[in-house]
Ligand binder design. Structure first.
Ligand code: ADP
Ligand code: ADP
Length: 227
């Protein structure tokens, strides 16, 4: 089943002499449950692409469909709900709220939705993410690996159909990096959740089902990994 369709996506920043074509006519489709690695040089448009899929940044041209829904053909309110429920974003530097503890950070998207926290899901996530006993800790009381596990918890709490990770291991050593990837793969396989990961790490890219390479705002390679 197709979960994501990116159609002729183009993004231009700035004007006149400062104009940058961050993305230039990118099109591809992703099926539910696929794990796609997005690779390419710095500045090639990878983050821009992920943000547009995540409903964070409006395209200049082209369309993004998630679950058949035209992401940017929604009201602001619908778009905000889309960002909290249908996609889960994970960043290199975690983007946790410093004054909120582990549980508060993980449940933030649910509370912002005005919904009740599913305690069973929270407790399952804390266990899977190996954060038991850390519930009341603030981000600055946690190691980098633990902080990234909290940000994974926040991304997964609402069981989104697509998880979007922008260099999730870019700030971690190789042991912690592999741990994070294993957690993302677990949720990908167990819940048939679609996973898009931007990475510079070849070892991580080779664990994906498919690699899309971006160069200068265009797709330069799109191939399925055969094992
Ligand atoms: P990557 O993630 O592959 O490193 P980005 O998507 O971050 O690439 O950036 C692609 C291009 O768009 C770069 O030239 C970058 O400088 C430019 N760019 C990204 N975000 C902005 C912005 N908010 N304003 C202006 N230019 C931007
Ligand atoms: P990791 O093996 O994940 O890199 P560290 O070696 O950084 O972990 O930390 C070892 C333990 O100390 C971890 O369980 C972590 O929770 C705890 N810890 C790390 N930094 C702090 C801190 N600033 N305050 C309190 N506890 C911390």
């Amino acid at each position: 089943m197709e979960i994501l369709r990116v159609d002729n996506l183009t993004k231009t920043y700035g004007e006149g002499n400062n104009k940058v074509n961050a993305l230039d006519g990118v099109s591809f489709r992703v099926n539910q449950g696929e794990f796609v690695a997005i690779i390419g040089p710095s500045g090639s448009g990878k983050s821009t692409l992920l943000h547009m899929i995540g409903g964070v940044d409006q395209p200049s041209q082209g369309k993004v469909f998630v679950n058949g829904k035209d992401v940017y053909n929604q009201t602001e309110e619908q778009l905000a709900i889309f960002r909290r429920r249908e996609v889960g974003l994970i960043y290199q530097f975690y983007n946790l709220i410093p004054v909120m503890n582990v549980v508060e950070n993980i449940t933030l998207p649910v509370l912002m939705d005005g919904r009740k926290v599913n305690e069973d899901r929270l407790s399952e996530l804390l266990t899977v993410l190996n954060l038991n006993g850390r519930e009341g800790h603030l981000p600055n009381q946690l190691s980098g690996g633990q902080q990234q596990r909290v940000s994974i918890g926040r991304a997964l709490m609402n069981a989104p159909s697509i998880v979007l990770a922008d260099e999730p291991t870019g700030n971690l050593d190789s042991k912690n990096s592999q741990e994070i990837i294993e957690l993302l793969k677990l949720s990908n396989k167990k819940y048939n959740q679609t996973l898009l990961v931007i990475t510079h790490d070849e070892n991580i890219a080779l664990q994906a089902d498919r690699i899309i390479a971006i160069g200068d705002g265009k797709i330069t390679r799109d191939e399925v990994i055969r094992r």
